[in-house]
Design a protein around this ligand. Structure first.
Ligand code: PPY
Length: 267
């Protein structure tokens, strides 16, 4: 019986790394049944026991992805020579690199108009994307504090969650303003539908997602830099600028050295 082939990637779904993984796997390298497994950071994907790992490596504007480089340097002996790697007990060997165009979008809450862009207090994305769009951010979002997130798609998810919470708070405020006199004391306020519009996440998942945005910024208007695909399926967001920056990105496919894949400790 053939065992399942799995590939770790820097998630969540629709991160650039996911798009690269979809383009790469399955391929002649792997079997057609490869299942892609999202991990919440480059390090977690690297430390996973999947058969393959797809990681961002570098791009034309901002250079090498430091976290990926750090992972590669932390384990000696990974290279082209499989026998040598196995003798040294290496976990991965590089089997392919892959170039993919990366097109960043500026995403804001649907309630934020273009005229309000200069009020944006923070902009979240992967360090690489923030670096690639530094000029644009400085020009168009002069007041924005940079918030580094584990991936571009996680920035979009956190922004969607915060936007839905803000919307909810505004609705509750409006209800309170118009109905304070008519509520009996036992049910003084409408039920508090925490995370009722949370893009399909559980409350715990939503809390984890929000930890990546500093608490003091969460109530302020924010933005995310990510791909167009990362916004699909997320409510309450709109793309205000496409092609903020186009760069060529390079991604890496690692294959587990024999006997080291276990599919056991994914997040
Ligand atoms: O895959 C992602 O979404 C990332 O956050 C990594 C990244 C960031 C910028 C360009 C390419 C990949």
């Amino acid at each position: 019986m053939s065992s399942a082939v799995t590939a770790a990637y820097l998630g969540p779904a629709n991160s650039y790394t996911h798009q690269a993984a979809l383009a790469l796997l399955p391929s002649s390298l792997t079997r057609p049944t490869t299942t892609l497994i999202p991990y919440t950071s480059i390090a977690a994907a690297y430390e996973s026991r999947e058969t393959y790992a797809v990681l961002p490596l570098e791009n034309t504007i901002f250079g090498v992805v430091q976290e990926t480089l750090g992972c590669l340097l932390s384990s000696e002996g990974e290279g082209d020579d499989e026998d040598e790697d196995e003798k040294k007990g290496a976990r991965w060997r590089i089997v392919q690199t892959f170039d993919k165009r990366v097109e960043h979008c500026l995403v804001v809450s649907s309630s934020c108009s273009d005229e309000q862009l200069d009020k944006i207090a923070w902009v979240a994305s992967h360090e690489q994307a923030l670096g690639q769009c530094a000029k644009f951010i400085k020009q168009r979002l002069p007041c924005a504090q940079l918030v580094k997130t584990p991936s571009t798609a996680q920035a979009a998810e956190a922004l969607a969650l915060l936007s839905s919470r803000q919307k909810l708070r505004q609705q509750q405020q409006q209800q309170n303003d118009t109905t304070t006199i008519s509520y009996p004391s036992s049910s003084a306020h409408p039920a508090h539908p925490v995370c009722s519009e949370n893009n399909g996440q559980s409350a715990d998942e939503a809390e984890d997602e929000l930890e990546i945005i500093p608490k003091q910024l969460q109530a302020l208007p924010g933005a995310a830099i990510c791909s167009e695909a990362a916004v699909e399926g997320l409510e309450g967001l709109r793309i205000t600028r496409k092609g903020v920056q186009d760069v060529a990105g390079e991604f890496l496919v690692l294959e587990a050295c024999k006997g080291t894949a276990a599919n056991s400790d994914r997040s």
